[in-house]
Design a protein around this ligand. Structure first.
Ligand code: 5GP
Length: 203
C-alpha cells in the first residue's frame, strides 16, 4: 500500500501545555509519532536526553545544519532548537502521523516546505494564566520568564497563521479536540491520491 503520512505542527507559548497535551494524545492514538528536537538549552531536572530533547552544544548543532540533517531550526531566547530531518521523512513515508512541537518561526518554515501539513495553535486562556503556569513550574528564572512572556504575546498575535486553534483550559478536552482534528485530516480527500490508485489497481 502506498502510504501518505500526516505532518502536524503544534505550536503554543511556553507554558501553554504542549507537553501535557502530547502525553494525553499518546494514550489516545496509535500511529502518532512526536519528533524529538535538538536543543542547545540546558536540560531541566526531569528531562531525559533523547526523549524530551537531544541536548547538544552549539558546535554539534551547527555541524548538523551544515550536513543538511536539520529540517528547520529557530533561535528561541538564547538557544537553538531544531527538528532532525531523517526520522520525520521516514515516518511520513511509512504513513505515520508526525507531530512537530515547534515555535512560530519554525512553523512558518515547515508550512512552506510541506504545504500539506496541518498546523494547530495551542492558546492559553489568558496571558495572566500563562504567567501563573510559568511561575508555578519553577523551571525558569525571572529574566527567562519575562523573555518567554514577551515571546508569548508575539506568538499569540501570529496564531492567525495556523489552520486551527485550541484553547487549553482543560487538558483532556484540548487533547480530545486535537485528536479530532488529526482524525478528520487523515480523511481529507486531498490526501486520497495514493488510496485511489491502490483501490483501482487491486480491483
Ligand atoms: P522549551 O525551552 O520551553 O522546551 O522550548 C521553547 C520553545 O521552542 C517552545 O515553543 C518549543 O515548542 C520550541 N521548540 C522546541 N523544539 C523546536 C524545534 O525543533 N524547532 C523550533 N522551531 N522550535 C522548537
Amino acid at each position: 500500500m502506498n502510504k501518505v503520512g500526516l505532518l502536524v505542527v503544534l505550536s503554543g507559548p511556553s507554558g501553554s501545555g504542549k507537553d501535557t497535551i502530547l502525553s494525553e494524545l499518546a494514550h489516545k492514538g496509535q500511529n502518532i509519532k512526536v519528533s524529538t528536537s535538538l536543543t542547545t538549552r540546558k536540560a531541566r531536572e526531569w528531562e531525559i536526553d533523547g526523549e524530551h530533547y537531544y541536548f547538544v552544544d552549539k558546535d554539534y548543532f551547527q555541524k548538523k545544519i551544515e550536513e543538511g540533517q536539520i529540517l528547520e531550526y529557530a533561535v528561541y531566547g538564547n538557544n537553538y532548537y531544531g527538528t532532525p530531518k531523517g526520522p520525520v521523512d521516514a515516518w511520513l513515508e511509512q504513513g505515520e502521523t508526525v507531530i512537530l512541537k515547534i515555535e512560530v518561526n519554525g512553523a512558518e518554515k515547515i508550512r512552506s516546505f510541506y504545504p500539506d501539513c496541518v498546523s494547530i495553535f495551542l492558546m492559553p486562556p489568558s496571558l495572566k494564566e500563562l504567567e501563573e503556569r510559568l511561575r508555578k513550574r519553577e523551571t525558569e528564572d525571572e529574566d527567562e520568564i519575562q523573555r518567554r512572556l514577551l515571546i508569548a504575546a508575539e506568538e499569540i498575535r501570529r496564531s492567525v497563521e495556523y489552520d486551527y486553534y485550541i484553547v487549553n483550559d482543560a487538558v483532556e478536552c484540548a487533547a480530545e479536540d486535537i485528536y479530532a482534528i488529526i482524525r478528520a485530516e487523515r480523511h481529507k480527500t486531498q490526501r486520497m491520491k495514493y488510496v485511489i490508485s491502490e483501490v483501482i489497481n487491486n480491483a
